[in-house]
Design a protein around this ligand. Structure first.
Ligand code: F0G
Length: 471
């Protein structure tokens, strides 16, 4: 298998998602939407003229060459499946060294058989979330075309990731847009510490996303939000590593939190391509889980019947819903701040993913999210609230009978436990005021699985008896 991917412009290009447009653009253009019709863009490859392995298992041979950065990276190890950049332009920080972890404890919580539940732990990435998979790819594209500044709007993880890639590589300046009071301290601290120019907007993520698109257009800054099609190329590799962790067997379900819907869209594209290339014979089902306080995708798909419809989704359904959100002044609100988004930018791509993967969409409450999160934590890995939506959603689908006890299910844990310590500490606190301030105000009324600290006097006998009483 070739390790050096050289792509020329007719072997990879950008293409409009709409079957009625299909306008194409050169790889050298920095675009986030079709210039003709405004629809999202895909990165498309002429696979027939590119070196593709005969089997996925051939990628494993690269493990023996981990002293080479492109083999070490969990993204670029799969370069042949995202061949849009020459190897010498690739910017990698060793992202994607992540873990597929079988968890019988979480399986039991959900109601799955032993051996049936896997946690894909993306918290192990350099900036602590799955975003680094996509950032390495978008950053590589930005570098390829000579960008000197890159921007994003963020609920925290995208900005942490961009700030990290800029800080380490010194190839670009990071400009990040965040909503006011909307981002957890763990993530904010990363952006500030890594030196990003941080613009805090008096508004929420949806406002910040709208503004960053205007500003990047006006100032010619490279935009790395997941409307950038190269971001999603990097995020496809999360699925390659899941397959690798399962010895190249397709699981029954992939369950992923849905915010801006970039990850779920990337997963759909990954499976579509692998299937078209004959590298897998079965596509897993996909479940996208919204927080109930930010449930646009759930509402549109499950309640209003929005469908991919061969690339022609009924836009009137979307426009009508957004009008209602505006009229009733509804803003996204959830303890899972990473997915506190009402206008997901990858909506149409995610409809395609749902179509390709016979997907379903569900919403879970903040209570369900935090209970599930505590179970992930109690079983050792720990994650931030948004990530636990995948576990809470799996439990719900299991209770509904959509997922059966014998299914093999992979939940994507998108971000590290330390990203949002406030929610975790409030869940486990014995201080009722703190609990009420952070959680009860969001409808979380109980901490069923709280592991409260035991307060004791600074006295040896009391400390010893507190330990003995709790053994
Ligand atoms: N989980 C975490 C930890 C996230 O940070 C995000 C998105 C998601 C899930 C949702 O992923 O957008 O691909 O559906 N965070 C973005 C950010 C929006 O700005 O960091 P998605």
């Amino acid at each position: 298998m070739s390790t050096s991917v050289q792509t020329n412009s007719d072997q990879a290009f950008q293409r409009c998602l709409s079957p009625d447009c299909l306008a194409t653009y050169d790889l050298g253009e920095a675009l986030t939407a079709c210039k003709q019709c405004g629809e999202l863009l895909d990165v498309v490859y002429d696979w027939e003229h590119l070196p593709i392995p005969d089997t996925l298992s051939q990628f494993q041979s690269k493990w023996s060459r981990r002293n080479q950065p492109l083999c070490h990276s969990g993204v670029w190890r799969f370069h042949e499946l995202l061949p849009f950049a020459p190897p010498e332009k690739v910017v990698t920080l060793g992202e994607g060294q992540t873990l597929l972890h079988a968890s019988d404890g979480v399986a039991q919580y959900i109601g799955l058989n032993r051996g049936g539940l896997f946690l894909q732990y993306e918290g192990m990435n350099p900036s602590g979330s799955f975003k680094d998979n996509g950032m390495s790819a978008a950053f590589t594209h930005a570098h390829t075309i000579g960008a000197k500044r890159a921007a994003c709007a963020s609920t925290g993880n995208t900005s942490a990731s961009l700030a990290l890639y800029c800080g380490v590589s010194k190839l670009m300046q990071a400009v990040i847009f965040i909503g006011s009071g909307k981002i957890s301290y763990g993530k904010l601290s990363q952006a500030l510490d890594y030196g990003a120019l941080t613009i805090q907007i008096a508004g929420d993520f949806d406002d910040a996303m709208h503004r960053v698109q205007q500003v990047t257009e006006q100032l010619g800054i490279y935009l790395v939000n997941s409307v950038n099609p190269f971001r999603l190329e990097g995020q496809k590799t999360i699925m390659y590593r899941v397959l690798e962790g399962l010895d190249w067997q397709t699981p029954d379900w992939i369950v992923v939190p849905g915010g801006n819907l970039g990850n779920s869209s990337a997963f759909g594209k990954a499976f579509l391509e692998l299937h078209q290339l004959g590298l897998i014979d079965r596509i897993p089902r996909l479940a996208v889980i919204n927080a109930a306080g930010a449930d646009t995708f759930y509402e549109l798909v499950e309640n209003r019947g929005l469908k991919w419809n061969q690339g022609r989704p009924d836009r009137k359904i979307i426009e009508q819903y957004y009008r209602e959100l505006d009229e009733t002044k509804q803003r996204a609100s959830t303890i899972a701040s990473a997915i506190e988004i009402n206008r997901p930018v990858n909506l149409s791509k995610c409809l395609r993913a749902i179509d390709v993967c016979q997907g379903v969409v569900r919403e879970v409450t903040d209570q369900q999210i935090l209970d599930a999160k505590s179970q992930v934590g109690a079983n050792g890995l720990g994650c931030e609230p948004a990530s636990a939506a995948s576990v809470a959603g799996t439990k719900l689908l299991r209770a509904e009978g959509v997922i059966s006890p014998s299914d093999r299910v992979v939940c994507i844990l998108t971000g590290h436990q330390l990203k949002d310590p406030t929610a975790t500490v409030a869940y486990h606190t014995s201080d009722q005021n703190e609990f009420d301030r952070v959680l009860a105000s969001r409808g979380v009324l109980q901490a069923r699985y709280a592991n409260q600290a035991i307060a004791v006097a600074n006295n040896l006998d009391e400390i010893v008896s507190a330990i003995q009483a709790n053994n």
